[in-house]
Write a protein that binds this ligand. Structure first.
Ligand SMILES: NC(=O)C1=CN([C@@H]2O[C@H](COP(=O)(O)OP(=O)(O)OC[C@H]3O[C@@H](n4cnc5c(N)ncnc54)[C@H](O)[C@@H]3O)[C@@H](O)[C@H]2O)C=CC1
Ligand SMILES: O=C(O)C1=N[C@H](C(=O)O)C[C@H](O)C1
Length: 233
């Protein structure tokens, strides 16, 4: 498969390594220094760029009839517009806040736990996410996905980064040098606590999931998620 990388930073470079090992060709690498480029030779585009750049990159793929995978976080206020545009253009699109297979299992575990805890309001729920210091957005896209699933079954109506707002689900977003991505969900009562945690040891899990998604989406039309790729949930 001929892959175009829209964003050639930490993730773009890790995806390149995994894609080459799986016998794909990288035919395009776009970063901030790229002035113009063509998608003519690209079978699937993979966007890991920046919150400001993602929407334009994705729409450009729809215009050129190129299936696109996006893992960029921090732009989701535009998700519904992008989905509408994909349908209008008969395009192919898959977004995931986290492509790692482990986190997609963790998402299911989080949903199940939140349903089990739904009638136990004596437990307060909180979350922690830790990422490297170059990360542009907070909380992480993964933390938002986890929080949205918890909120559906809980006493909290929304999430917050502000620990003082005790009626909202608090997400503590920490930034520590070189941490690839750690997420924890914690339930605490007066008598005990329960927590579930995912720790990424490197970026390779995210990159492998993105390449698997690109392999899966080639030749399909529509809007998909990792649940479709992994056939879970
Ligand atoms: N969904 C997932 O599994 C994961 C998502 N991410 C997200 O992916 C994004 C990228 O992460 P990193 O690679 O760590 O960041 P990075 O800062 O290392 O790389 C970003 C790249 O985007 C490029 N870029 C800037 N403007 C661009 C434009 N207009 N078009 C194309 N490229 C452009 C930059 O030159 C750079 O090469 C972030 O939003 C991050 O949160 C990161 C890891 C996993
Ligand atoms: O910026 C990152 O590095 C990561 N971003 C994603 C997110 O915002 O959830 C996924 C992963 O945790 C790494």
């Amino acid at each position: 498969m001929k892959i175009g990388l829209l964003g050639y930073g930490k993730m773009g470079k890790t995806i390149e390594k995994i894609a080459l090992a799986r016998q794909h060709d990288i035919v395009l690498k776009v970063d901030t220094n790229t002035e113009t480029y063509t998608l003519d030779d690209v079978d699937v585009a993979i966007d890991f760029s920046t919150p400001d750049a993602a929407v334009d990159n994705i729409l450009k793929c729809f215009s050129h009839n190129v299936p696109v995978i996006s893992g960029t976080t921090g732009w989701l206020q535009h998700y519904d517009e992008v989905v509408a545009m994909c349908k209008e253009r008969d395009g192919t699109f898959l977004y995931a806040s986290n492509f790692s297979l482990g986190v997609n299992i963790f998402f299911e575990l989080n949903k199940t736990l939140s349903k089990l805890m739904a009638n136990l309001p004596e437990y307060n729920i909180s979350m922690e996410e830790i990422h490297h210091t170059q990360k542009l957005d907070a909380p992480s896209g993964t933390a938002i996905s986890l929080a949205e699933d918890i909120i559906k079954n809980s006493k909290y109506g929304t999430w917050t980064l502000d620990a003082a707002k005790t009626k909202a689900l608090h997400i503590d977003a920490k930034r520590i040098e070189n941490v690839p991505g750690t997420h924890e969900v914690l339930y605490t009562s007066n008598v005990d606590s329960i927590s579930i945690k995912h720790t990424a040891h490197s970026r390779e899990g995210f990159a492998l999931g993105a390449v698997i998604a690109a392999e899966w989406i080639a030749g399909k039309k529509g809007v998909f998620s990792m649940k479709d790729v992994l056939n879970i949930g």
